[in-house]
Design a binder for this molecule. Structure first.
Ligand code: 26V
Length: 836
């Protein structure tokens, strides 16, 4: 749909200016006066508060309803266009969406920010303060969920028809507080004051659980199977409009809430069992209650599988329902729909679509398999073996008995086929089976996803290569044509234009605005890398962002940081493979060197950290404590604190990220090579002009290729070197003994020098590093210190740093999620991309 700022034609409004129509009657007007009138209308009629006694949260609700009105017209128009053009649609299945605040983003995409600012001013309010009231929908843990949100933005911007499907968690990712240096989790009640961005659709679907299966003969004498569930729950859809940037396309995100089929058992209630009467309601509602952190162990395992099945079944039933309502035969399901599995969480969908087609719509196995297998695509997001989902057979069969039968049959037919291709190769058959037989028997969801999909992809070049060579090598050998790489990307709307309006203004001034929809257009900035005057403005702009972050730190944590110091930032989930402790050990080493007088003229640095640790991940929580402990030590020491500051910013989130990326000088991407599938934070830093210090891992490799090796600080072992080292036998103690800096830092930790004499506090961490060090922190330490030194030197010379920073932005075009989505559309989804 073409770019157009004005209102959609409606029955009352044919798109022509309406002359004397009273202001306030049209709720989708785009002038400041019309927005103010609509806002006023919502404040009084929808929220029910007079202007003068309204709270900021009332104002936030009224303004959100105002913006939503504009979205709804375009939404209806989009749906009508899709219907008339009978378009192919992407069903994107994801257990997580980390959307971030809607209001400022939707205003940007609708191109209504200046008018809305003016409208709010005209009624005596401030848009920024109103927007600050929005609770962030934190329906994800990290990169995987944020990627899904960036994809939705790009899909709408490129006019691609999609329904994003997921779970409407009542409690999103926990809020993180830091108490005495330790992470403390509190629940995230993001829905407590209502959510103006969602609309409950007036329908529901039923999902079965537990029970047994039956075989019967139908009227035509055919033998059929059916599932008799022991328990049923209702799925209620809540839709959120997803506008594209300067296009009239508004797609939908449909999130499912679970409810009891009968919310209240009156019979049981009348018999006097009051608690029993509400129990089933509570159990049903538990399904969409909480977002799981990624490392929960046995507890909750069944609930997690239930969540996955619940939202996947609702979503597929919804697609089938829409398909049939269009009068289409289910044999053509795969022509109308392409279904993407965002990791294995929704991969039970392969068995569920088979069941829907065969048991509920009487399709034969071969047709159902053809439709299923050509409908699905699977994206893998991690190589960590402990993160690959495997369900114990008895748990799975108890909850989903019919699906287990279908999976057994898929597996049998698949292995029969493989046996014909690889005769007498039992070892290969065992490796490829969907049913794992090592120890406890399991259903291996990644195997099901590969067998049941037409396309499999990794999320960065190295990651895809490692998938093909290691984790999924047997499958790659059998079906190489199914595999491809789709390097991740991030939306430049949220991560540059919205979060860094100052830099955006400077770029627009220099090269115009074509880059907003084609990020490769940033290349036009390259000549400015030789323009001293422009580089000065570039630096000033970044210092402005650093100043604002410094003010935020002062307000939240009462700590002064110097905006002219180098901002060295690591923000991401806490995990040992991401090696926040490598960063921390380096800071400790600098501290020791300053104290001993070995180092005097250091480039002043502010080390910033942020990120959440999974609640049961003890080592990750200890690493947070370590960072905070170092912060307490360093920040209060007058001998050191003019050179070093260490800040752990609590409750890292999308909105906090938007404050941090524009203020970063150095982007820490220091995972052990081969472990970070892609990383997407690295791309947000790069777009905002931060220089990367990193290993050859994930998307870092491609960032370095784009920006040039002279504009990237590289260190550390490569993935093949690590594999060789492990084979030869890795001995972390050897590195400890050889490196005086490392010895000083680790010994200090062990002796309690940094923890007021408490020798036990960091012992688990030190012992782990010295005795096993699975992520090779010690092997990479000296190289990391050297790269840090080099980065510090470069920063202290503005004539060197300025061009580096600018070229990072100029060469970040590849890392727009628009590019990623175009590749999925072309290679996997077979979907046309709208005109730019
Ligand atoms: C899951 C688990 C579960 C068990 C314990 C350890 C652990 C560690 C990580 C995970 C994450 C699984 C999926 C995920 O979030 N992957 C991330 O996906 C991003 C988007 O593709 C990508 O940029 C990140 O590199 C990748 O970690």
């Amino acid at each position: 749909m073409p770019e157009q700022k004005h209102r959609a034609p409606t029955a009352q409004n044919d798109g022509q200016p309406r002359g004397d129509a009273p202001a306030g009657d049209d709720r989708t007007g785009t002038t400041a006066e019309e927005i103010a009138a609509s806002f006023h209308g919502h404040l009084t009629r929808t929220v029910g508060r007079p202007l003068e006694r309204s709270s900021v949260i009332d104002q936030y609700h009224a303004l959100s309803f105002t913006v939503r009105d504009s979205l709804m017209d375009q939404w209806l128009e989009t749906i009508e266009t899709y219907r008339q053009e009978d378009v192919r649609v992407l069903g994107y299945l994801s257990a997580e969406y980390l959307l971030g605040p809607h209001l400022p983003n939707d205003l940007l995409n609708l191109d209504l920010t200046p008018e809305t600012e003016q409208a709010m001013k005209s009624v005596g309010f401030d848009l920024e303060s109103i927007a600050a009231e929005e609770p962030e929908p934190g329906l994800g843990n990290g990169g995987l969920g944020r990627l899904a949100a960036c994809f939705l933005d790009s899909l709408s911007t490129l006019d691609v028809p999609v329904i994003g499907y997921g779970l409407r968690y009542e409690f999103g990712i926990f809020r993180q507080e830091i108490v005495d240096g330790w992470q403390v989790e509190t629940s995230d009640k993001w829905l407590q004051f209502g959510n103006p961005w969602e609309i409950q659709a007036s329908m529901s679907l039923v999902v079965g659980l537990f029970g047994h299966t039956e075989t019967y003969t139908d009227d035509q004498g055919a033998v059929r199977h059916r599932w008799v569930p022991g328990y049923k729950v209702k799925g209620i859809p809540f839709d959120t409009p997803i506008p594209g940037y300067k296009t009239r396309t508004v797609n939908r995100l449909r999130l499912w809430k679970s409810e009891a089929v009968d919310s209240f058992d009156l019979g049981v209630f009348n018999s006097g069992d009051y608690a029993g009467a509400v129990r089933s309601k509570m159990e049903s509602e538990t399904i969409s209650k909480v977002l799981y952190p990624p490392d929960e162990k046995v507890e909750g395992k069944r609930l997690r599988l239930t969540q996955q099945f619940f939202f996947t079944s609702c979503s597929l039933q919804d697609m089938v329902r829409i398909h049939l309502s269009l009068g289409k035969p289910l044999e053509e399901f795969d022509r109308k729909w392409t279904v993407q599995l965002n990791d294995t969480h929704p991969s039970i969908g392969i068995a569920e679509l088979m069941r829907l087609l065969m048991d509920e719509h009487e399709m034969g196995w071969d047709d159902a398999w053809r439709v299923t297998q050509t409908s699905f695509g699977y994206t893998n997001h991690t190589l960590l073996p402990e993160a690959l989902e495997r369900w114990p057979l008895d748990l799975f069969g108890n909850l989903l008995p019919r699906h287990l039968e279908i999976i057994f049959e898929i597996n049998q037919r698949f292995l029969d086929d493989m046996r014909r291709r690889y005769p007498n190769d039992d070892a290969r058959m065992r490796r490829m089976s969907i049913i794992g037989e090592d120890g406890e028997r399991t259903v291996q969801m990644a195997h099901l996803a590969v067998v049941g999909s037409k396309a499999v992809n990794g999320v960065a070049e190295l990651h895809t290569q490692l998938l093909e060579e290691t984790t999924l090598s047997d499958y790659y050998e059998a079906f190489p044509e199914r595999f491809s790489n789709k390097t991740n990307g991030v939306t430049p709307r949220r991560w540059l234009m919205l979060s860094n309006p100052e830099l955006t203004g400077l770029i627009n001034e220099a090269i115009g605005t074509d880059w907003h929809k084609d990020l490769y257009g940033l290349k036009l900035l390259e000549p400015y890398a030789r323009d001293t005057e422009f580089l000065n403005r570039w630096r000033k702009t970044q210092e402005g962002s650093k100043g604002r972050l410094a003010a935020y730190i002062k307000e939240m944590m009462s700590i002064d940081v110097d905006p002219t110091s180098m901002f060295d930032v690591q923000v991401k989930r806490l995990h040992e493979y991401k090696r926040q402790h490598l960063n921390a050990l380096h800071i400790l080493s600098l501290y020791c060197q300053i104290k001993s007088g070995a180092v005097k003229d250091l480039t002043p640095r502010t080390f910033l950290f942020g990120g959440k640790a999974a609640p049961s991940y003890t080592m990750a929580k200890l690493i947070i404590k370590l960072i905070c402990q170092i912060g307490a030590l360093v920040n209060s020491d007058p001998q050191v604190n003019h050179l070093l500051k260490v800040i752990f910013l609590p409750n890292y989130s999308v909105s906090l990220g938007q404050r941090i990326y524009p203020a970063a000088d150095l982007s820490e991407q220091i995972s052990t090579a081969g472990f970070e599938a892609s990383g997407t934070g690295c791309m947000k830093f790069m777009m905002n002009g931060a220089v990367t210090l990193g290993t050859l891992d994930g998307a870092n490799i491609e960032i370095r290729k784009e920006v040039g090796e002279e504009n990237f600080f590289l260190f550390g072992l490569t993935a093949p070197e690590i594999s060789d080292l492990r084979h030869a036998g890795y001995n972390p103690r050897g590195y400890y003994e050889k490196s005086p800096l490392l010895r000083e830092a680790l010994d200090g930790l062990r002796d309690g020098r940094f923890s007021n004499g408490d020798r036990g506090l960091f012992a688990p961490l030190v012992n782990d590093l010295l005795n096993s060090d699975r992520y090779l922190v010690l092997a990479d330490f000296d190289a990391y210190v050297a790269a840090q030194l080099e980065a510090g030197k470069a920063y202290s010379d503005p004539s060197r740093w300025g061009p580096m920073s600018l070229l990072n932005t100029a060469r970040s075009g590849k890392f727009s999620s628009d590019r990623t989505i175009r590749q999925y559309c072309e290679d996997i989804w077979e979907l046309p991309v709208g005109k730019r």
